[in-house]
Design a binder for this molecule. Structure first.
Ligand code: SF4
Ligand code: SF4
Length: 320
């Protein structure tokens, strides 16, 4: 949909301004050609690196053909939302304390899905007031969307060798959100690649899950094993898990670009229940009722009490 009465360059300036006011840190625009990402995805799936995340297979070509997911999409507005905070006890310090549990930084506070979704809608509704015929759908880690590939095309960063998105001014501790739309906004320049010859993330990975640059084998990844995987975690990974009880930030922790991490503009992601340095025995003493109460509104609740206990048991077994 192109409306000749609309100056799309000026509209983009306004979108940038509104996005900042709402709490986003960066905006970029991509087209909908994801053919490069599609071949990477096919290759990754063919190798079985998705483990039992069967949802990666579902939805056919919708994941890499945005207009199939939301009709008439010609552009995607990609947005960055920082979640870290300098006041949080450093993850690397927690890794050296076997009595404590290490939780991925993004999961210590409020569940981001609803919050970011709401903010994306606020932004989209502002655009709708400006452009007649503006049609949209918002996403944040919620549907078959190639978030990182889209963000890379939209200039928000490059996909690092650990397969996370990296930004030269903000590191990698941020969420992404997308607005699929039918208006011809000016397309941003793709970000350039700045990993160079560095291999720190590959070298540090406790389970050697980064089997080659940009190739994470989920079957070995602690993030996958502690969050997505149901049932027992294979014995071969127990020792390497150490005290990591929900996710794993090691490959991000060592990345030199994370010295540029930006603080969140909101307090929602600050640790709850001392989740930046929780005592393992205390967590283990929670019954199901207490687990549900203490993880209300937290992403941790999504894995359920059984997986939570499974992870804790391994961390406690790893105590010297
Ligand atoms: S999240 Fe942890 S286990 Fe997974 S690739 Fe990164 S360092 Fe390895
Ligand atoms: S640790 Fe090095 S190789 Fe890995 S993502 Fe960061 S810059 Fe790239």
């Amino acid at each position: 949909m192109s409306d000749s009465s609309v100056d799309y360059d000026k509209l983009l300036d306004k979108i940038n301004l509104w996005a900042q006011e709402i709490g986003f840190s960066q905006v970029g625009i991509s087209d909908i050609d994801l053919s490069e990402a599609e071949s990477h995805l096919q290759n990754w799936l063919a190798k079985g690196f998705h483990a039992d995340m069967d949802f990666m297979h579902k939805h056919g070509s919708m994941r890499t053909h945005p207009a199939e997911l939301h009709e008439n999409t010609i552009r995607i507005i990609s947005l960055r939302f920082d979640y870290s905070n300098k006041t949080i006890i450093p993850y690397e310090d927690v890794l050296t304390q076997p009595d404590k549990g290490a939780i991925s930084r993004y999961a210590m506070g409020r569940d981001y899905h609803k919050l970011i979704r709401k903010k994306l809608k606020v932004l989209a509704e502002k655009i709708k007031l400006e452009v007649k015929g503006f049609n949209y759908r918002v996403f944040t880690d919620s549907a078959p969307v190639m978030e990182k590939a889209i963000a890379e095309k939209a200039g928000l960063g490059w996909i690092g060798k650990h397969s996370n998105l990296l930004n030269s001014k903000a590191g990698s501790y941020f969420f992404l959100g997308e607005i699929y739309t039918n208006i011809p906004l000016p397309i941003s320049n793709k970000a350039s690649f700045h990993c160079g010859s560095c291999t720190k993330c590959i070298d540090v990975c406790p389970t050697k899950a980064i089997v080659a640059p940009f190739q994470v084998d989920a079957r070995k990844c602690i993030s996958y094993l502690t969050i997505e995987h149901k049932g027992a975690i294979p014995q071969e990974f127990h020792q390497a898990m150490g005290n990591r009880i929900y996710g794993c930030d090691d490959c991000q922790m060592v990345c030199p670009w994370n010295k540029f991490t930006q603080d969140a503009k909101v307090s929602d992601f600050l640790p709850r229940n001392q989740f930046d340095e929780p005592d393992l025995e205390e967590l283990m003493s929670w019954d199901k009722e207490k687990f549900l109460k203490n993880t209300e509104g937290s992403p941790i609740r999504r894995i359920g009490f059984e997986s939570w206990q499974r992870n804790l048991q391994i961390a406690i077994k790893n105590k010297p």
